[in-house]
Design a protein around this ligand. Structure first.
Ligand code: SAH
Length: 458
């Protein structure tokens, strides 16, 4: 879990530093002009804390509990998803877990209290009574029916007993009221079986797992059942905020780890490390994960760093509908014969290579899908690409510009290559360029169908 230790004044920095030094993945945030020797500065306390909170970052505030409570209060709507929030007294004498019981706040509070040589103020009844967080099983186990856990725990707290089927030392060593003839059951199994309000199911993650999935371009109906299942039965999701937003409606107890720009290799290593610890990790890409996306980044890191602890990880790539397929489907069958995809981004390959490929593909008369046609800082490539193409294709060649497929603002236009202008595209547009055989034919609603015939008579 990423942890932000947040301080408002210099007096809190020493205590904060002790905490940050003791915890992996912790960063010290200090108020600008009021603190020195911190890792990152901020100017707006409320905005900063709310932003971190909504990204799933655990928050440790060296400040009054009330300040933290009021700051995050407007965001509280789902206790399964809320990250840990802990208030700490400026002199380190009190450690008060406030929120995030289901994301491990009590364990984090215990860890911090140990560092500060104090006792955490743990108030969660279930946690005290049973000394085991049924809701937060250790690495290697996944609670499959968290929605049933509330009633289940309430019944236990009201005095019911429970029987355990399957083997789980962490449950047997707990203070759960175990009895053979109990109505309530806990099942520990390798299968993803159904639970219920009288039966909690913990799936054993026998091999450690990393699934690299593609959500499709956006809308839910374009996401495969396999991808939904993998998301459901996992413990951690990693990805860009935009992609995590696409799958957020499916989230129950999963911890999220948000990418910042261009941190791909670092995140791939994080995913592998989490999987090696026994977590069930999902790396989320949009479209297909193997097309200009994270699957290749994971394998790059795997090969380059070649860590022995990663060798047992069960890596699975789950395909998704790529932008070019969704775009083609909007207008007919423009990729009906041989085609290729070219990314116009020159961040990872030089423009000369891109230009050579455009010419070669045009010369070979492939239909072409252009990914990454434009970005805020990259605006000239598309115009250049058009001029290169016009050396081989007529300006009447049909092209398809598809923006925000499956997302709000979806828009598809069919144009002539000669009329392509950079205003037609942005970083969420995929462009299909017809081959010399690609045709557009009228459709009954006044628009056109675009297709490339399967027969190719030179
Ligand atoms: N893995 C993705 C591609 C990621 S590269 C896939 O298979 O679709 C990012 C580029 O993909 C964008 O610049 C754009 O060209 C295209 N793209 C991704 N999502 C899109 C969408 N919803 N609508 C249109 N184009 C999209």
């Amino acid at each position: 879990m990423s942890i932000a230790v947040v301080v408002l004044g210099q007096a809190s920095v020493p205590v904060a530093r002790r905490i940050v030094d003791a915890l992996p993945n912790a960063v010290l945030y200090g108020l600008e002009h009021r603190t020195t020797g911190v890792d990152r500065t901020f100017t707006q306390f409320g905005e900063t804390v709310r932003e971190l909170f909504s990204r799933g970052t655990a928050i440790v505030g060296i400040c009054a509990a009330g300040i933290l409570i009021r700051t995050v209060a407007p965001l509280l709507n789902n206790k399964w998803k809320e990250p840990a929030v802990i208030a700490i007294a400026e002199d380190g004498s009190a450690v008060v877990p406030l929120l995030g019981g289901l994301q491990g706040v009590n364990d984090l509070a215990r860890e911090i209290a140990t560092v500060l040589e104090t006792v955490p103020a743990i108030t969660t009844t279930g946690d005290i009574r049973f000394r085991t967080a049924l809701l937060l099983p250790p690495n290697g186990y996944q609670l499959l029916n968290p929605d049933d856990a509330k009633t289940f725990l309430a019944d236990l707290l009201a005095g019911e007993t429970v029987k355990i089927e399957g083997s789980a030392p962490w449950l047997e060593n707990s203070q759960l009221p175990i009895a053979e003839d109990a109505r309530l059951t806990i099942k520990v199994t390798e299968q993803a079986i159904e639970g219920g309000s009288d039966c909690l199911v913990y799936q054993v993650i026998s091999t450690q797992r990393l699934a690299i999935i593609g959500t499709g371009p956006g809308s839910a109906e374009w996401m495969s059942p396999q991808v939904r299942e993998v998301l459901r039965s996992s413990t951690d999701w990693i990805g860009y905020q935009t992609y995590l937003n696409l799958v957020e409606p499916l989230r129950t107890t999963q911890q999220i780890h948000v990418f910042d720009n261009r941190e791909e290799l670092e995140r791939a290593a994080l995913a592998l490390n989490l999987a090696a610890e026994g977590r069930s990790v999902v790396m989320v890409s949009s479209g297909d994960p193997g097309i200009y996306a994270m699957a290749a980044a994971v394998f790059e890191v795997l090969e380059r760093e070649n860590k022995p602890e990663w060798s047992a990880i069960d890596i699975q790539v789950c395909p998704g509908i790529s932008a070019m397929q969704a775009a083609a489907a909007q207008v007919g069958a423009p990729l009906g014969h041989d085609f290729c995809a070219i990314s116009l981004s020159d961040i990872l390959k030089p423009w000369e290579t891109i230009a050579d490929r455009i010419c070669a593909a045009a010369q070979a008369d492939f239909a072409i899908a252009f990914y990454n046609p434009i970005s805020k800082t990259r605006t000239w490539q598309l115009e250049k690409a058009k001029h290169l193409l016009l050396n081989y294709r007529t300006s009447d060649t049909p092209i398809v510009l598809a923006r925000n497929l499956g997302r709000p603002g979806q828009q598809t236009q069919v144009k002539r290559l000669g009329d392509l202008s950079i205003e037609d595209a942005d970083m969420r547009t995929v462009i299909l360029i017809g081959s010399s055989k690609t045709r557009s034919i009228p459709r009954s609603d006044g628009g056109v169908w675009v297709y490339t015939p399967r027969r190719y008579d030179s």
